[in-house]
Design a protein around this ligand. Sequence first.
Ligand code: AMP
Length: 211
Amino acid sequence: MNVILLGAPGAGKGTQASQISDRFGLPHISTGDIFRENIKNATPIGLLAKSYTDKGQLVPDEVTCQIVEDRLSRADCKNGYLLDGFPRTIAQAEALDKFAKIDYVININVDFGLLMDRLCGRRVCKDCGESYHISRLNGETKCSRCGGELYQRKDDNPETVQSRLDVYKAQTAPLIDYYTKKGIILNFTSTDAPPSVLFAEIEAKLIELSK
Ligand code: AMP
């Protein structure tokens, strides 16, 4: 099963992705994580990506598509994968169509009014990537799942979040239509309920479809 997770920044893609990945045994491929890892290790891709991610802009399509094509050609993707944060433009979706066959697109809709607070209050585990909101941490600085240190992503500040949301509306939201026309989109809504509620809905749908 080859699946894409689509949704605005802060819709909860990362949280859902790690649960879907565990439950269905699909490698979780997050282009954002790949860029952050490259930035941390100061690779040539990292140096290029940093100038875009710091401003909340998209890394150029050619670079991003090549990274994904290489990643999908690895052995662990042979029986399926979960793409998180890719594609983000129509050009990326068209490029993906040339090297992959996508079965389902899980689109997580969310009220935009929730996103600024969600993202600016987000803290992420540097080891396992689990996300938390500062309002529920009560001063805790370690991940309750693995004990890793929690940190605030550099792009989770009001100015960069606003530009990420603008980029989503202009460049990524048109993908909803693109995949609706292909008849492979599955629509869900993220609310303030715990992420397990949304996961249960996604899990039930994927089980029904794989029967
Ligand atoms: P994310 O962790 O998915 O929010 O991604 C963080 C940042 O990485 C984005 O704001 C972009 O700068 C960059 N990025 C991630 N995925 C893509 C993509 N598919 N195309 C271009 N840039 C991306």
